[in-house]
Design a protein around this ligand. Structure first.
Ligand code: UD1
Length: 417
């Protein structure tokens, strides 16, 4: 298993390009099930989750070919309509095949994802929405089996703005008979990206990016030709690397409108932010001011940046409070940060962080994707050497992070243990 060895204390400077967004790419890949193809998808990041999605699509009859940095997919009628446990277990986003399969073929069998390290993460709202659209749903030996002759439009209120649920239901509604109105829909930029691609395929959708999305079903869709949006979480992580090392980093391709909550918090921290057409530049402050954050659905502060921001607060000059409201168990990075000398107390969904002058390099273990990124950032700012193991989590969601950081002057290398 690979490890990252980080010798901390280098000031990061320079320019680095952001990759395509994993969380946009996955629903876009699954949306190709809605039409025969050939579909063309550009700016896909090279990540383990993307390979898993391609395996899943291949199992569902698709042919997948990479040409000149673009992927060409053809979605043939599958021999099986199943997303098996082995794949859903490693990547929960696999449940996003449910809506497209049901809409196009009237049948889907998808393993229930179960819990994961950061919380229970049920899919009850995905299922409730599909039932409202006329699907018959049965649970069978750990699988959800859904059937419908043709889905029909419905008015669906989501009890909470689930990102995956909104994506699944939008995709399902594109081929339903009649109009679907999703209320209390999630507003994340990745949903807007998905809707743009679907509109290019001929779908009739209004209101993406607001809390009410209206989809008028059509009889068939055309192949997709689309480029994935830049990854706002990767961009945010690289900008935090600049803030943590008193460095100056310009992230090329980063979109300020996708990262407003983070940028306003970085300003409060004392960082200098410069935005131009090429991207976002952050200059880290000499002294990091403590700032409170509370994670919320978009446009609130993203839960996917909480762990990384806590690494920054761990070396702030004073006390900050980090509240996690989206997932129930997303503080697993705290024990590892404490091993690096951070002073953090957890009480329920709230972590109180008392900044320390210096983090201390240590052997630490990644527990999930964003926790891994948090520990990389901590290692960059710590003294001596940090050895980060279980980085397969990092490889699920960050394309070549160590190469990008090395380009900015970090002393970081991957070794095979
Ligand atoms: C997506 C992102 C993930 C991010 C999360 C929140 C992808 C591939 N992943 O995950 O990186 O952290 O959004 O921004 O895009 N919930 C229910 N019932 C449901 C669905 C969700 O109770 O049917 C709850 C979940 O348990 C969780 C909360 O809603 O507490 C948010 O989940 P959701 O927005 O669905 O996250 P994902 O789509 O899984």
């Amino acid at each position: 298993m690979d490890k990252l060895i980080i010798h901390g204390g280098r000031r990061l400077t320079g320019e680095v390009a952001v990759s395509g967004a994993k969380n946009a790419a996955l629903p876009l890949l699954f949306a190709t099930l809605l039409a025969p193809g050939p579909h063309r998808l550009g700016n896909l990041p090279q990540l383990r989750d993307i390979t898993t999605a391609e395996h899943l699509l291949a199992g569902l009859g698709a042919t997948v070919e990479s040409r000149n940095g673009r992927v060409v997919l053809t979605s043939n009628t599958p021999a099986t309509f199943e997303a098996p446990y082995e794949l859903v277990r490693t990547m929960r986003a696999s449940v996003l095949v449910l809506g497209p399969l049901l809409a196009r073929y009237g049948l889907a069998r998808v393993s229930l994802p179960g819990g994961c390290a950061i919380g229970a993460r049920p899919i009850n709202l995905h299922l409730k929405g599909l039932e409202a659209m006329g699907a018959e749903i049965h649970l069978d030996h750990g699988y959800v089996e859904a059937r419908a002759k043709r889905l029909k439009g419905a008015r669906i209120y989501l009890d909470l703005p689930t990102v995956g649920g909104t994506e699944n239901l939008i995709m399902a509604a594109t081929l339903a008979k009649g109009t679907t109105v999703l209320e209390n829909a999630a507003r994340e930029p990745e949903i807007v990206d998905l809707v743009r691609a679907l509109q290019g395929m001929g779908a009739k959708i209004e209101g993406a990016g607001s809390d009410t999305v209206t989809i008028e079903g059509v009889d068939e869709l055309k192949p997709m030709d689309y480029a994935v949006m830049p990854d706002r979480i990767e961009a945010g992580t690289l900008l935090l690397a600049a803030a943590m090392t008193a460095g100056q980093v310009r992230v090329l391709g980063a979109r300020p409108e996708h990262n407003e909550a983070l940028l306003s918090k970085l300003e409060e921290v004392g960082a200098d932010i410069d935005i131009d057409e090429a991207g976002i530049c952050v200059t880290g402050p000499g002294e990091i001011c403590p700032v409170n954050i509370r994670t919320q659905p978009y446009p609130g502060f993203p839960t996917d940046m909480q762990a990384q921001f806590m690494a920054l607060m761990a070396i702030g000059r004073g006390t900050s409070v980090v509240s996690e409201t989206v997932f129930e168990n997303r503080f697993m990075h705290v024990c590892e940060l404490q091993r690096m000398g951070a002073d953090i107390n957890i009480d329920g969904h709230t972590a109180t962080v008392q900044g320390v002058e210096q983090l201390l390099g240590a052997p630490v273990m990644a527990t999930d994707l964003r926790a891994s990124a948090c520990l990389v950032l901590a290692g960059l700012a710590a003294d001596n050497t940090t050895e980060l193991s279980r980085i397969y989590h990092l490889d699920r969601g960050y394309e070549g992070l160590e190469q990008k950081l090395r380009k900015l002057g970090a002393d970081i290398e991957r070794v095979s243990a």
